[in-house]
Design a protein around this ligand. Structure first.
Ligand SMILES: [Zn+2]
Length: 413
């Protein structure tokens, strides 16, 4: 894996970079759509690629269940199995095994859970997790980590952090020494930084990541243990702390983030990659995302609305002239799901593309000041206060003179 920084914002911590993986370059910052069961729901791989998407996320757990390792090995990996020619990131499978199993216990050896195949207790070790991802052939493999909810407190958070570091070392060691390795050294591992909402633990974990920066198997670092219902003001402070303390010579990935405002804030705080099921899932419920906020195509008011979802949108749905009234009339059908998924993924890609362009031209603060008021214009609450506070911390003031957290600030703080 090759990582080159192309431009850095002179105000915020945002940057544009080129990450070259086995299936080609991906320009960061980027949003990775989630292809849950090896498929982007409602789309073919060709349709996904046609939107300019070069990196997507697959779930190792789902691929393990269906089609299973035997078929993947026979096919030569998930790319060939699915007909996906772009880059692929897979999670370790641990999170879903724990969350979907009626019983799961974490031991030093690995995660013990009920097998989805026969219900018998089964162990998933860090080594097995990388072995599964070797069969999948994903360009980026995630380490197995000891997952705790972001709302967990006390000694369990520290225990999980240290165990995740030990498991990272086991993953790296296994990747280095495993034989046979069907995809050679084409794959890279991303670590997951844990430590919950405790800044001291985060510092320790970031220091451990810095110690491993010379390991050639370590491609990038994810910030885990967030977006689990914690306060947004706590969320962004942990993000900005991690981007300050983690090595800046490789990509930083914030897991489970996909709302437009969250994406722009974390980019300003120095994050390079994010993923979320939200844009595709919400599309299946008829909700379109636009630069003017959300549009519910199933609302009654759409029945006579002959505009497209979004004027000027280059997606196949809008550019074909499909009307809101039509989408409303076919609401709930697979056709509507496909049409809105195409639009929503195009929105995510345009948002990221515009952000990259603004950073390249060193106009990112101006872009943020243009995006936020428009996107939240129809929202009674207006721009979320945490976005204002977070962006002020990196020198961008969306609401000059307006107090947040009892402090009146002009310009950045
Ligand atoms: Zn569109």
């Amino acid at each position: 894996m090759k990582f080159e920084i192309l431009a850095e914002c002179s105000t915020t911590k945002a940057r544009v970079s080129r990450m070259t993986l086995h299936h080609g370059p991906t320009i960061l910052p980027t949003f990775m759509p989630v292809a849950t069961q090896g498929t982007m729901k409602s789309l073919t791989p060709t349709q996904t690629a046609s939107l300019g998407i070069t990196l997507q996320l697959n779930n190792a757990y789902h691929l393990l269940l269906r089609p299973g390792m035997e078929v993947l090995d026979k096919a030569g990996g998930a790319h060939k199995f699915q007909g996906w020619k772009g880059n692929m990131l897979t999670d370790s499978g641990g999170f879903q095994m724990v969350s979907l199993s009626e019983f799961a216990e974490v031991t030093e050896e690995g995660v013990l859970f009920n097998s989805p195949f026969d219900g018998k207790p089964t162990m998933l070790t860090p080594e097995q997790s990388i072995g599964i991802q070797h069969s999948i052939g994903s360009d980026i493999m995630m380490q197995l980590d000891d997952v705790v909810s972001s709302l967990t407190t006390g000694p369990r958070v520290e225990e999980a952090m240290w165990r995740s570091i030990r498991w990272l070392d086991r993953c790296l060691e296994y990747h280095r020494t495993a034989a046979p390795k069907p995809h050679g050294n084409a794959q890279t591992i991303f670590a997951i930084c844990q430590g919950g909402l405790d800044p001291k633990l985060r510092t320790i974990c970031c220091e451990e990541m810095v110690k491993r920066r010379d390991d050639s198997g370590l491609g990038g670092i994810a910030i885990g243990g967030l977006s689990g219902g914690e306060e947004k003001d706590v969320f962004w402070r942990i993000i900005t702390q991690c981007t300050d303390e983690l090595p800046r010579d490789r990509p930083v990935y914030s897991m489970g983030i996909g709302m437009a405002e969250d994406l722009l804030v974390i980019i300003a705080l120095g994050v390079d990659m994010a993923d979320c099921v939200f844009p595709t899932r919400t599309a299946r419920f008829g909700q379109a995302i636009t630069f003017d906020g959300f549009l519910n195509t199933r609302s009654r008011s759409m029945a006579y609305d002959l505009r497209t979802i979004e004027e000027g949108c280059p997606c196949p749905t809008c550019s074909s002239g499909m009307t809101r009234a039509f989408l409303s009339s076919i609401g709930g059908t697979p056709n509507a799901a496909t049409a809105i998924t195409l639009h929503n993924l195009t929105f995510q890609a345009r948002l990221m593309g515009q952000a990259r362009e603004a950073i390249l031209e060193d106009q990112f603060p101006a872009y943020l000041k243009e995006f936020f008021p428009r996107y939240f214009a129809g929202d009674k609450q207006g721009i979320p206060r945490w976005c204002v506070t977070a962006l002020r911390s990196v020198g961008v003031d969306l609401q000059p003179g307006v107090e947040v957290e009892g402090k009146k600030l002009g310009g950045g703080d």
